[in-house]
Design a protein around this ligand. Structure first.
Ligand code: 5GP
Length: 191
């Protein structure tokens, strides 16, 4: 997506550890034109795939997932993060390693909102090692739901998660695909 690549090049900031900061247009402050375009593009990519719900993890995936939910006219469900392993039987739960915080979280979703009648589309802001998407696939599996695929705003291909998930047969779409980023700049690729 051209608009996203332009904004990454103009306003993205490289942090140590392979982290890209996009707080001025995608995370903390969100550009409305970009958000609208993301929702429409995800809806276009997954039209006709039988998606019944959009599934993401709080908190940074929620804005993009709600843009996709609005464009697809399907409900958005977000998994909640808990630091303790104290979860009850009313939820599906799995463990996700946070790329940016370097710690493990329990992520849970109510059994009421994800069922074996669902076909979910996974949405997140970034794809790095793939742990967040693997966690969402696991929650869908626990619920007996199908997974239509995953859509992420930014994939950092050099961190390997996207290729590993595709090798397992998951359809993964990235709106901006970063092949590499370092002091020499950011290089985009395509699938
Ligand atoms: P993964 O689970 O694929 O390793 O990492 C994806 C998750 O970590 C996303 O939900 C996102 O919030 C966070 N993340 C990974 N890389 C970055 C990054 O470069 N910048 C930001 N802002 N978040 C990231």
């Amino acid at each position: 997506m051209r608009l996203m690549e332009e904004m990454i090049l103009r306003d993205g900031k490289l942090l140590p550890g392979g982290v890209l900061k996009v707080g001025s247009f995608l995370n903390q402050q969100i550009d409305p034109e970009l958000l609208h375009a993301i929702g429409e593009e995800i809806a276009r990519l997954f039209a006709g795939c039988g998606v019944t719900k959009i599934l993401t993890i709080e908190s940074s995936g929620i804005a993009l997932a709600s843009a996709a939910a609005l464009a697809m006219r399907k409900p958005l469900v977000f998994a909640k993060k808990h630091r303790t392993s104290n979860v009850d039987g009313a939820v599906y739960s799995t463990v996700v390693h946070s790329f940016t915080h370097g710690m493990d979280y329990n992520v849970v979703v109510s059994r009421d909102y994800l069922t074996s009648n669902d076909c979910v589309l996974l949405v997140d802001d970034f794809l790095a090692s793939g742990s967040a998407l693997v966690g969402l696939v696991e929650l869908a599996k626990l619920a007996g739901a199908q997974v239509a695929g995953a859509a992420v705003a930014i994939e950092k291909r050099f961190q390997g998660g996207g290729n590993a998930l595709r090798a397992q047969g998951l359809r993964v779409e990235s709106l901006a695909l970063i092949e590499r980023m370092d002091e020499n700049g950011i290089v985009f690729g395509s699938l």
